[in-house]
Design a protein around this ligand. Sequence first.
Ligand code: VOV
Length: 247
Amino acid sequence: MPEAVETFDGWYCLHDFRKVDWNAWKLASQEERDQALNEFNELMQGWEEIESNREGSVGFYQMIGQKADLLIMNLRPTMDELTDLETAFNKTKLAEFLIPAYSFVSVVELSAYMAKGKDPDTDPEFQARLKPVLPKWEHICFYPMDRKKDAVNNWFMEEKDERGRLMYEHGMTGRKYAGKVRQIITGSIGFDDWEWGVTLYAHEMIQFKKLIYEMRFDEVSARFADFGEFFIGHRKTKEDLNQIMAL
Ligand code: VOV
């Protein structure tokens, strides 16, 4: 039987997508709306402090298309902290005006395919990738994915060396986009309905399409990748929410 790959797991991750209930928002009083925006601001400020203390990371995004309007992405050392922050957010005034759209629970994952000779527990570069500060780049693209498990193409039946070869080829394509696209791969086997979450950052939206299109031709994607829904959006600061919600 093929040997399982060893993974190195970092911070836990919650992607929390919401839609704005514009009808409810428009019916609310100015006072209620101010309270909602102020509370969100405070919560975000707390999360940003956690990020400055290197105890987690946070990203806030305005999404395009009808699947979601907002995305809040948080990373924490434990799943309990993620659960607590999700609950805290659900109790805020702003959450009264938001409708859950999609969520994804995962953990930052690196695999041993690329670890050659390094000790992931001590290597600073590995550690920084396992516990990342979310890039402050302008745009985000998120989608969940699986590896195929059908009779002809079953990733989990491939030999380890062959999987390593395919992942190496994948990495080489990715490296062509250095400075243009950054990736955070989170593993979700046992946590959510897909096996991985792919979170990409870019300065220019078009680079998502170029990279993902080019990767479709890599053997590992062409033969073994199944994709879920795609979500794209723009990074926003907590102050930007006032403008997003302005009537
Ligand atoms: C900037 C782009 C970029 C770069 C440089 C990059 C590099 C790398 C390396 C070096 C490695 C392997 C070691 C590790 O770190 O685990 C990976 C790992 C992985 N990737 Fe990747 N990937 C990118 C980007 C990138 C994209 C766009 C996708 C989606 C695929 C597509 O077709 O849409 C993806 C998927 C994955 C997955 C699912 C894994 C884990 C698979 C597993 O079986 O373990 N990835 N990836």
